[in-house]
Design a protein around this ligand. Structure first.
Ligand SMILES: Cc1ncc(COP(=O)(O)O)c(C=O)c1O
Length: 332
C-alpha cells in the first residue's frame, strides 16, 4: 500500500483536458546501449505525447489548461524563448479550441521564422517580442490588462507551465513510468532516470509522484539547460511541495526522493550546443533513430552518456532516458 493513498486519489481526480496519447512507450535501446557498453538502456518517449508534435509540455498543459475550459477563458497568454516548445503547444491548443493566443517571446534572429517560431505563427498566435528574458513575466501581465480592457477573458500561463497545477502532469507520468518498469521483469532493482530540466515543473512533478508512491528505487537526475544545480534543486523541491500542499492536501518530504540536478552540461549557456551535446545527438540519431534537440534533450543525453562512461551501470541498475521532446528546435 503506498503511503499517500488519499493524495494519490486526489491526483487521479484532478480535472484535465485530454491532449496526450498515454502511456508513452518505454522502449529498450539495444544498439545505443551496446555503443555505450550497457545492455540495460531504455527511453521513456515523451517526445511522443502526440499533440502538436508532442513533448513534455503536453502533459503539463493537460492540467494547466483545464481551468481555461471551465472558466469561459477567451484568450491564452504565455511566454518563452523564440524556440519555445511550451509556446508551440499552447498556441496549438488555442487554435484547436478557437481561443486567441498571445505569446510574449524574447526576440529571435532576423529573417524568416524557423522551427518552433514558424509553428507559433502557423497556429495563429500573436507575438509580442521583448528584448530580455527578465521582461517577459511583467509583459504578460500588461498584455492581460490590455486584453481585459478590450473585453477578453485572458488566462496567463506562467513560463513552461511550471506551476503546482502543471507539475501534476509529471506526477502522473511518474506513476505511469513506475508501472512500466515494474512490468519489465528484467531483475533490476534500481532505475536511474535522466531528464532535461529548466523551469522545474517536469522534475517537480516526478519528485511529487515518486514521493507519493514511496519509490526510493528510482533515482532522478535533472539535467539543467541553464541554471546552477543548487538553484534548480530548490525550485524543483519547492514546486513539488507546493503542488502537494495546494492541490493534494498533503505535505511530502522531498528528501525521501533520490533527486539531484546536474549543471555540468550547460556549457556556454542556454541553447548553445557543446561537444558532448553534439556527440549525444549523433549517437542517439545513428544508434537509435531518435531526434534530440540542441537546448534540452541533447544536454540531458550528454549527462547520461557521461554517467555511463565514467561510473558504469551496475548489475542491479537500469538507465532510463526521459525524452522530453523538442525536435522542432533541431530544425531551427
Ligand atoms: C524539450 C524540453 N525538454 C525539457 C524541458 C524542461 O522542462 P521544465 O521546464 O519542466 O523543467 C523543456 C522546457 O523548458 C523542453 O521544452
Amino acid at each position: 500500500m503506498p503511503p499517500y493513498t488519499d493524495a494519490l486519489t486526489r491526483l487521479r481526480d484532478q480535472p484535465t483536458v485530454t491532449l496526450a496519447h498515454l502511456p508513452t512507450p518505454l522502449i529498450q535501446l539495444p544498439r545505443l546501449g551496446a555503443a555505450l557498453g550497457t545492455d540495460r538502456l531504455w527511453a521513456k518517449m515523451d517526445a511522443e505525447t502526440g499533440f502538436a508534435l508532442g513533448g513534455n509540455k503536453v502533459r503539463k498543459l493537460e492540467y494547466a489548461l483545464a481551468p481555461a475550459m471551465r472558466e469561459g477563458v477567451t484568450c491564452l497568454i504565455t511566454a518563452g524563448g523564440p524556440q519555445s516548445n511550451h509556446c508551440r503547444v499552447t498556441a496549438a491548443f488555442a487554435a484547436r479550441h478557437g481561443l486567441r493566443c498571445v505569446l510574449v517571446t524574447t526576440r529571435g534572429p532576423d529573417g524568416d521564422p524557423t522551427g518552433n517560431a514558424l509553428l507559433h505563427g502557423l497556429f495563429g498566435a500573436e507575438i509580442v517580442a521583448v528584448d530580455e528574458r527578465t521582461e517577459r513575466a511583467e509583459r504578460m501581465d500588461s498584455v492581460a490588462a490590455e486584453l481585459r480592457a478590450e473585453g477578453e477573458s485572458p488566462l496567463v500561463i506562467p513560463i513552461g507551465a511550471s506551476t503546482p497545477l502543471g507539475s501534476l502532469g509529471y506526477a502522473r507520468a511518474a506513476i505511469e513510468l513506475c508501472e512500466q518498469i515494474d512490468s519489465l521483469g528484467d531483475g533490476c532493482s534500481e532505475t536511474l532516470v535522466f531528464s532535461a530540466s529548466s523551469s522545474g515543473g517536469t522534475l517537480a512533478g516526478l519528485i511529487l509522484g515518486l514521493a507519493l508512491l514511496g519509490r526510493g528505487d528510482v533515482r532522478l537526475f535533472g539535467v539543467s539547460a541553464d541554471a546552477p544545480a543548487a538553484e534548480l534543486d530548490n525550485v524543483c523541491n519547492a514546486l513539488a511541495q507546493d503542488a502537494a500542499s495546494e492541490l493534494l492536501g498533503t505535505s511530502i518530504d522531498p528528501s525521501t526522493v533520490r533527486f539531484a540536478s546536474i549543471d555540468a552540461q550547460v556549457g556556454k549557456g542556454y541553447g548553445i550546443p557543446t561537444d558532448a551535446s553534439r556527440e549525444a545527438t549523433e549517437l542517439f540519431g545513428h544508434h537509435a533513430g531518435i531526434v534530440l534537440d540542441p537546448t534540452y534533450t541533447s544536454k540531458a543525453a550528454a549527462a547520461l552518456i557521461a554517467h555511463v562512461r565514467h561510473l558504469g551501470v551496475q548489475d542491479h541498475q537500469r538507465i532510463v532516458f526521459l525524452h522530453t521532446g523538442g525536435a522542432p528546435g533541431l530544425l531551427a
